[in-house]
Design a protein around this ligand. Structure first.
Ligand SMILES: Cc1cc2nc3c(=O)[nH]c(=O)nc-3n(C[C@H](O)[C@H](O)[C@H](O)COP(=O)(O)O)c2cc1C
Length: 373
């Protein structure tokens, strides 16, 4: 009943609170003999790590991952998975629990304080406990393992909108992602965001954002009708990320404006007698099953609820009061949500890859037989 686990064959359980000694995850079901080192996982964790620019929380967490189980050197000395549970641990080293004394009994509007109290009758206010996005570091660690499961899988994410300012998609350049503190694929928009977000940050306010995640080299055939649709599982995975309020696949809500002709992803025969799609409104998924085209998901995150401006609220004793949140917070959670979205997409695809293998066999790009025309 506690729901700290997701996935079926690639199964991830996360544990830990924001101000506890450590957070982490156990990945169960990962196939054996895949090369895996802490350095592989660290690469992804370093992208999500706090304190890397003035536009994210100033909490200083090195987020160093330790592999506690599930790997060993093979005959050649290479560190590989063994098929047993992979336990990953990240120590919390920069918790400042005092910052949260004032809100221990007061509910921040927009945060999970009130609902945790209503559910459990007790809540950990220190850094928001389990409701803290610190938990998402464990997801990123699990995602790094998931990336290893599907051959040639490439999962990348980008921030595509902050507040009202969206990127110009014609300027999308993946090489730009590492050149700015926003994971922004459009250099000109990244410049605009700097001033815009700086103003918001200085006011102690916050703003929402949209993130796009794309998985390439996903073999066709992943996903199961009717209750195990790939798009449904992706939507659930994205919605499980803190602060997410909307998810789209492919053309998403925009498809409501399209005609049937515009929406049709027309097909032609490509190289090696493999069908190709001339567009990708479907976001790589039809009937809940992957088409082989890139899987495209977008999600919207709300503005950070911890802000300096006082907001009306009540406390746990029924008194009406006001609350403003001091301490260290992300002015736009969308930035650090990019690697989290990538990780969740990688985990869902790895899970469906293993499920496809279990039911049908190794996923393959079936070439069509020679034409009879
Ligand atoms: C990467 C990331 C960082 C976040 N940082 C903060 C933060 O610094 N302060 C805050 O109040 N909320 C932050 N959040 C959002 C809260 O964790 C979230 O709003 C809260 O758990 C309530 O859940 P809900 O918004 O999904 O309903 C962050 C979310 C993400 C994804």
């Amino acid at each position: 009943m506690s729901h700290n686990t997701f996935g079926h064959l690639f199964r991830v359980t996360t544990f830990g609170e924001s101000h506890g000694p450590a957070i982490g995850c156990v990945v169960d079901g990962c196939p054996p003999r895949l090369p895996l080192t802490a350095a592989d996982i660290q690469l992804d964790l370093d992208k999500r790590r706090p304190g890397q620019s003035k536009f994210v929380t100033q909490r200083r967490e090195p987020d160093q991952v330790k592999i506690l189980s599930g790997t060993m050197p093979d005959a050649s000395g290479m560190e590989v998975t063994t098929g047993t549970p992979i336990a990953l641990m990240i120590e919390n080293v920069d918790a400042r629990s005092k910052d949260y004394d004032e809100i221990a009994a007061t509910y921040r509007p927009g945060h999970a304080d009130y609902t945790y109290d209503m559910k459990y009758g007790i809540r950990d206010p220190r850094g928001s406990g389990r409701a803290s996005a610190r938990e998402t570091a464990s997801r990123v660690a699990a995602g790094a393992v998931a990336r290893k499961v599907v051959p040639d899988l490439l999962v990348r994410g980008a921030l595509v909108q902050i507040g009202d300012i969206a990127i110009d998609r014609s300027r999308w350049d993946w090489n730009e992602i590492g050149n700015n503190p926003f994971f922004c694929p459009d250099a000109q928009t990244a410049k605009k965001w700097e001033d815009y977000l700086d103003g918001i940050r200085k006011k102690g306010s916050s703003i929402g954002a949209v993130i796009e995640v794309i998985a390439e080299n996903v073999p066709p055939g992943l996903g199961a009708p009717v209750y195990g649709k790939l798009d449904a599982d992706i939507a659930g995975a994205m919605m499980s990320i803190n602060a997410v309020k909307g998810v789209e696949i492919g053309a998403g809500f925009e498809s409501a404006r399209l005609t049937g002709e515009e929406n049709a992803d027309e097909m032609r025969m490509g190289k090696n007698r493999r069908p190709e799609f001339l567009s990708n409104k479907a976001g790589g998924i039809l009937g809940g099953i992957s088409t082989g085209a890139p899987v495209v998901a977008r999600f919207a995150v709300k503005p950070t609820s911890s802000i300096l401006t006082a907001r009306k609220t009540v406390d746990r004793y029924g008194n009406e009061t006001e609350v403003s949140t001091k301490g260290r917070h992300d002015p736009c959670v969308g930035i650090r949500a990019v690697p989290v979205g990538e990780a969740m997409l990688a985990c869902v695809i790895a899970d469906h890859y293993l499920r496809q293998r279990a039911q049908v066999g190794e996923p393959v790009n079936w070439p069509f037989p020679p034409s009879n025309k």
